[in-house]
Design a protein around this ligand. Structure first.
Ligand SMILES: [Fe+2]
Ligand SMILES: [Fe+2]
Length: 330
């Protein structure tokens, strides 16, 4: 009851959003109600498992997922299902595809590459995620902290190297962007290059017709502003948690780990085979690791009981300390 009340309170007067009356699910992909910008606020939020924002996301995800049957592997990333059963997802991608322009991406990379949002540990960020459910993801229904630990634990059970287990643990921590006040459309969802023609297999490609870059003289051409085989490192991707977490980690992790973190949401490439004309040798190597990573990222939540965070904490604190100093810049 309290959650419902809070939810409606937060969205009063927010009538400009696309709204699905039939489903009666408000759009939560605009500016989020909980805006914080300092380390202190992040830590406070971290300790408060009943933050307004967490409740909102959990509320929406429950409404959307109550229609879904138990997933099986074959149902992962089933966006046709999502159109009818999870209307928040196409609504999210409409906003994402309309707003992720070259101009936006360049501005966001400049803003976040400064890493001036505070100093805190990897584990602090993980605890902040305990309460956040990503409503744009059709497969993950757990909190992001549970998702992180399930992904890492599945890799650990398979005897993967320590850097890989750590990568599984932290791959989605760039969703801290939510808590820095960014709207959902520039935090989560599949990523894609901007500045060249949108590939056919990008999810919900039809929504690009309202993106100004779609009609740009250069950006709408096959190669746009890029040279073939120049590597994804020279490409601007739609801005989200992948790129941000790469920025946060780039001084600490091996190249294989950074490739997984930076491109794991680039499904049009690693799953659909688009944009191979841009790849360099590093990207070819990264592809192998991402294929392995996907097995854990997509599948782990079906295999486990929810992990006990406190039980696992000592192991992961040690693992984190192998690669990261106690606090890093975000
Ligand atoms: Fe992700
Ligand atoms: Fe993930």
């Amino acid at each position: 009851m309290y959650e419902d009340y809070l939810y409606s309170m937060e969205y009063q007067g927010n009538n400009n959003n696309v709204h699905n009356d039939q489903e009666n699910i408000p759009n939560n992909s605009n500016t989020l109600p909980t805006k914080i910008s300092t380390t202190e606020a992040l830590v406070t939020l971290n300790r408060n498992s009943h933050s307004n924002y967490n409740m909102m996301l959990n509320h929406e995800i429950r409404q959307q997922h109550q229609h879904l049957e138990n997933p099986a592997y074959a149902q992962f990333r089933n966006y046709e299902n999502a159109i009818t059963k999870m209307p928040g997802i196409p609504r999210f991608y409409k906003e994402n595809h309309e707003n992720q322009t070259v101009e936006h991406v360049v501005a966001m990379k400049a803003k976040y590459s400064r890493l001036d949002n505070g100093w805190f540990s990897i584990w602090d960020a993980l605890e902040v995620m305990d309460g956040l459910v990503d409503s744009a993801d059709p497969d993950v229904k757990t909190t992001q902290a549970v998702h992180a630990l399930q992904t890492a634990e599945a890799a650990r059970r398979d005897g993967q190297p320590d850097w890989f287990i750590l990568t599984c643990l932290i791959h989605d921590l760039g969703k801290m962007l939510y808590f820095m006040g960014e709207p959902q459309w520039t935090v989560v969802g599949d990523t894609f290059p901007v500045g060249c023609k949108y590939a056919d297999k990008i999810v919900y490609r039809e929504f690009f017709v309202n993106n100004p870059d779609f009609y740009h003289e250069l950006y709408s051409t096959d190669h746009g502003i890029y040279t073939p085989r120049s590597g994804f490192k020279n490409v601007h991707f739609s801005f989200g948690h992948d790129e941000y977490m790469y920025m946060v980690c780039k001084d600490y992790l091996p190249p294989e780990a950074l490739g997984i973190i930076r491109y794991h949401s680039f499904y049009a490439w690693h799953t659909e085979g688009e944009y191979t004309w841009l790849m360099d040798d590093y990207d070819t190597e990264t592809l192998k690791w991402i294929k392995l990573f996907n097995k854990y990222d997509l599948g782990s939540n079906l295999l486990d009981e929810p992990p006990n965070i406190e039980d696992l904490k000592p192991f992961y604190i040690d693992l984190i300390a192998t690669y990261f100093p106690p606090k890093i810049r975000w």
